[in-house]
Structures are given as C-alpha cells and as structure tokens.
Ligand binder design. Structure first.
Ligand SMILES: [Mg+2]
Length: 300
C-alpha cells in the first residue's frame, strides 16, 4: 500500500470533488488525514452530535419526536414547554452573560423541561412507537456510516443534549445496536416495572454548554480515547465536543451547516476543517472512514 501521505493527498483530491464541501485550510486537513490514515481503524474514534448531524436538516429532534406523541402531550404541555423555551433561550443567547453565568440557568431549563415531560406520564412503549415517526429522518449515508463503525468496532460517541433513551430507541429501530456505539446524553428513569417515565438523571445533565468529552467519566473518556478522532456537528458549539481529550489527539472536525449558509459559512469554515452545506450526505465522511479502515497487506 502507498504511504499514508500519498494516500492522504489522493483522498483530499477526491474529497474536493464532493459537492457542497468547503475547506478553509487544505494543507492542515491533509496533515490530519495523513495521521488518520497512518493510524488506521485501530487508532480511530468518532464523536457525533445527533440532531441535525446524524439526522437530516429537516428532521424532527429527539425531543420533538416524544413531545408530539398524540394523546399524551396536551396543549397545556406545548404551551408551558414553549414559554419555558422562550424564557431560557433568551438567556442562552444573551451576549451580556458569560458561559459560566448561563450554565445554572441552562440546568434549570433542562430540569424544568424534564419535569414537564415526566408530568405527562409517558410510557416506554409510547416512546417505542414515537420513534417510528416518518418525521424523524436520517442524513443520507448516516446509518450506513454507523453500521460500518459498529462492524469495525470503532469507538463511537453519539453526543447529545437531547434525550438519550429516545436516541437509543431510534437507533435500535434502525438496527444500529453495537457495543462500540454509545449514546452519551440525558438519561430517563422508569418505574420498577420499566413502564412509566418517572424522572431524569438530573445529576448528570448534558446541556449545550457542557457537551464536551471533559464532562464524561474517566471510564467513558478512556473508551473513546484514540490518537485520531473524527468530530461531526451542526451547531457552532459542537466544535468543542472533543475538548478534554489528550492534547496530541488529531481531530478532524466536520461541520454540517444547515441554515443561514451565506451568513455563517465563514464562521463555520474557521471552526471546522470541513464544512458541508445544503443538507449534504455523509459521503465525504464515509470516504475518509473507509480509507482509514483499509488494512495494509502484510508485505507492504
Ligand atoms: Mg445538532
């Protein structure tokens, strides 16, 4: 097999033909690709946001899929959830407040919202039905990518400030079940018969400002700890999901820019190594992963 550097050059040339792909610093990307190809599958891990990254730009979210279960979530829930969201979103984006000042409010937002959901008395079976919603759509190629990562035992962190049990159920419904694919997100508690939702693990909240590897337990961090990582996200904040990993880790950051493309493209190009617009497919990421997973033959 050719050297990693030669393969990286060829891979980058091929990637550049991907429609809707923007790269600010090709030289830096090529260096990172070289490291990735040198390490191969055994040195690789993947960290991916869920909503509008693995799912498509127009998909309903993990929250949305549950909050619209007919006959469970009534009008008063929708009204209260909307009022809560409006109140706390204003704090989330307030330029006068620091992240540290915002965090207690974000925790309060999540706990308020979780309490509202618990009050509806939703069952595990209803969640199991809800995840079949046709409004929940994956990005083209995302399920194929996850299946490949699972088959080749690449540690994969699906990182979300949404609802972990719902995401796990969504994936199970699409036959994505593998010990190397772990959902790191907010956890629900059900009653003793494992039927009705009774609470959330509010001691281990994942919200928009702590969605980083540094928020994980040492064991979880060790599981995903590999010299080369691919990070995928659609929010600008997702670029820091791997914060907390060893400093010498090579991280290829892939950003999916789903809206306000003209306005935000330069910002995203500065934040991610690769930016994909227009609800692009996972083809480019799949190509990188497949190249990294190629085994060198013994004589090469
Ligand atoms: Mg997202």
């Amino acid at each position: 097999m050719a050297s990693a550097a030669t393969r990286a050059t060829a891979l980058l040339t091929s990637l550049r033909r991907t429609p809707d792909l923007h790269v600010l610093d090709s030289a830096q990307l090529e260096t990172k690709l070289t490291s990735l190809l040198q390490g191969g599958g055994g040195d690789l891990s993947v960290t991916a946001d869920f909503d509008r990254t693995l799912t498509s730009a127009g998909s309903v979210s993990s929250h949305g899929v549950v909050e619209h279960v007919e006959g469970v979530f009534d009008d008063s829930f929708q009204k209260q959830a909307l009022a809560t969201s409006q109140h706390y979103h204003a704090i989330e984006i307030d330029p006068k407040l620091s992240i540290e000042e915002k965090i207690p409010h974000m925790r309060e937002w999540y706990m308020t919202n979780h309490a509202l959901i618990v009050k509806q008395g939703i069952t595990r079976a209803q969640i199991g039905e809800a995840v079949k919603s046709p409004k929940l759509t994956f990005r083209e190629g995302a399920l194929e990518l996850l299946a490949k990562l699972g088959d080749r035992s690449v540690p994969t962190c699906i990182f979300s400030a949404g609802l972990g049990d719902v995401i796990t159920e969504i994936l199970r419904h699409r036959s994505i079940v593998d010990p190397s694919i772990r959902v790191v997100s907010n956890k629900m508690f059900f009653d003793e018969s494992d039927n009705i939702l009774v609470g959330f693990d509010n001691d281990h909240l994942i919200h928009m400002f702590n969605k980083k590897q540094s928020a994980l337990s040492a064991d979880e961090r060790a599981f995903f700890d590999r010299p080369n990582m691919i990070l995928m996200g659609d929010s600008i904040g997702d670029r820091t999901m791997c914060d907390g990993v060893s400093e010498d880790t090579t991280i290829i950051k892939v950003g999916f820019l789903n809206d306000h493309v003209e306005e935000k493209l330069e910002l995203y190009k500065g934040a991610f190594d690769m930016v994909l617009v227009n609800d692009a497919s996972m083809a480019a990421v799949l190509e990188i992963v497949e190249e990294a997973l190629k085994q060198a033959s013994p004589e090469s």
